[in-house]
Design a binder for this molecule. Structure first.
Ligand SMILES: [Zn+2]
Length: 268
């Protein structure tokens, strides 16, 4: 079985054919995914989709949504985490983090939302799902102050040194579309050399389409059904059988997001 640890199933890109997308994912063996939230207005929808389709979800305010977020959205987040305390499908606080690549998004505001959400993750003893873009050092600085139980640094794109410091903080690194590009030398090098327990697989659908979709040209959407082929790239990079990649992905995903294990069928 395959787990997609990061899929924005609520995105408008899937509104036209969500059931077909999920049928393709299931046919490919992707039987679990984690749907991260990006803003308070979407929390109910993310939770409803997870319930409806039998998946997991996370709640958080994405750094690129902080310009339009209200300070009171943190209270909404706290209330939703409180209400979801016993919800087995609510597995993390995310997607939160810092994005230093996009111009014009106030860094101080991003950092404030990030720090406040780390505090909530601590309060509710939930792991975090982190957005990293040219921000690994900034993310780590706050993690040193607000220790969390673990989680995933998704679409990780930092240096080896930053990677190892993330891992030392108890985070797994998320790999997906970017790993499939021949030109992603640093990402591919890291994916091939990290310890077995340091990574998880994700599509980040509909974003970061894999190489094979880029070649199609017309259709640039990524979808959860692409995960097994991404796992194939991981298998090649690490020179492992595909079944071993599936086993490690499952084990690492459950280690990063402990509540996930209860949602999965027993390993067979
Ligand atoms: Zn994302």
């Amino acid at each position: 079985m395959w787990i997609d640890t990061h899929c924005h199933l609520d995105a408008a890109e899937f509104d036209g054919d969500r059931d077909e997308v999920l049928a393709r994912a299931r046919d490919g063996g992707v039987s679990m995914m984690v749907i991260p939230g990006v803003e308070a207005a979407g929390f109910a929808r993310v939770a409803a989709l997870a319930r409806r389709y039998g998946y997991a979800y996370a709640l958080g305010i994405h750094p690129l949504y902080t310009p339009r977020a209200a300070d009171a959205d943190l209270e909404r987040l706290q209330a939703c985490l409180e209400a979801g305390r016993d919800d087995p499908r609510l597995v993390a606080v995310g997607e939160i983090g810092l994005d230093y690549a996009v111009e014009g998004v106030d860094r101080g505001r991003q950092e404030w939302f990030y720090a406040q959400q780390l505090r909530l993750a601590r309060q509710f003893r939930l792991p975090v799902i982190l957005h990293v873009r040219r921000s690994a050092d900034g993310l780590l600085k706050y993690l040193n102050r607000h220790e969390v139980i673990g989680g995933i640094a998704h679409a990780f794109n930092g240096s080896e040194d930053q990677a190892l410091r993330m891992v030392a903080r108890g985070l797994k690194l998320g790999y997906g579309g970017a790993m499939t590009y021949d030109g992603s030398l640093r990402i591919r090098q890291l994916a091939s050399s990290l310890p077995d327990d340091a990574w998880v697989l994700e599509t980040d659908a509909p974003d970061i389409p894999p190489q094979w979709r880029r070649k199609e040209g017309a259709r640039l959407r990524n979808e959860p059904g692409d995960l097994p082929a991404m796992a194939g790239v991981m298998a090649q990079l690490r020179q492992l059988p595909l079944a071993e990649v599936a086993r490690l992905n499952r084990r690492n995903a459950c280690a990063a997001l402990p509540k996930l294990a209860a949602l999965l069928d027993p390993p067979g």
